[in-house]
Design a protein around this ligand. Sequence first.
Ligand SMILES: Cc1ncc(COP(=O)(O)O)c(C=O)c1O
Length: 387
Amino acid sequence: MTLEFTDRVERVSPSATLAISNQASALESEGIDVVDLSVGEPDFDTPENIKDAARTALAAGETGYTPSPGIPELREAIAEKLRADGLDHSAEEVMVTPGGKQALYEVFQTLVDGGDEVALVDPAWVSYEAMTKLAGGSLTRVDTTPYGFRLEPALDDLQTTVSDETELLVVNSPGNPHGMVYTDDALRGVRDLAVEHDITVISDEIYQRVIYDGREMTSLGSLPGMGDRTVTLNGFSKAYAMTGWRLGYFAGPAELVEQAGTVHGHSVSCATNFVQHAGVEALRNTDETVTEMTAAFERRRDMLVAELADRGVEVPTPEGAFYLMLPVDDDDQAWCETAIGEAHVATVPGSAFGTPGYARISYANSTERLKEALDRLDERGLLGAGA
Ligand SMILES: Cc1ncc(COP(=O)(O)O)c(C=O)c1O
């Protein structure tokens, strides 16, 4: 029998990040020591108080379906957190999902129709493109690479890219894969464009808590004029080292949350019951541990940027998240293949994020392993643009 696949799934490529980490796992299963800098995952275990909350919920029998948009305690805790960020959302305007990815998927499915235009800011996280294509939308992209991944100098380019045809604009700060934190001026520029062209903006703030140098970030939806046109996306994976728990959320206008509830209800029903209880604990009682984990990422960032400079490689210093864009060959795909095949260092090609000529390094790894990776790349002459 011949299986016929839909056009929409055939338009989408598998996740480049997952493909590389699968290759790393395959090499490791052959007994090869790979330094895996490809995965976007904290290398810390989930804080103990969060695990305890999950155990307590399990022991109390919290194992059935929950209300589809989430348990009231968690939706309220999220609304409280958002209020502290200057976002005025009630608990009813929050949808709890199995991971931030699912939250994004539901928003794309609800807002993007066949032929609708979605604007991305490159380099952009790999799944935005896939989600646009799965919804049948088309893409316009603005590249911030010439500006060291800063959005503000790219606002003029964005101005010429978006139009009244643009349905959705996605911004992500601190950003994956570059780690930049957008300035308030940049966000105000986004606001002005969104209002002028009547665009809904997804503000992906999943790395909000992983931010360095005492910086504070502004939540886009808190800007005047953005409250009713921003969908704020966040989750527990990165801030609380809870990637495998699959817990995320989005908040936005009540009618969007209600409409997206149909996609949610028919696809996942609800996020896992006892995991949601753990989420309440994460939001309410984990500040100190989050601060410690972020401080560790910041020390690694400092070490990596300094080590690279010592080896003659200058990179835009990341201001948050745990990624760094390393300038490599124009053919970044081939560079990454050599890096994993010969140096046994796994990275992700920049072209997967719309930015050829770079490789994304995740520094959610120990200082020793990061140094080991640099040594291996250096020994094989792989460090530095054009290497
Ligand atoms: C920018 C960005 N947004 C959203 C997500 C989704 O994360 P999760 O589904 O684990 O919550 C990720 C994960 O890598 C990400 O990098």
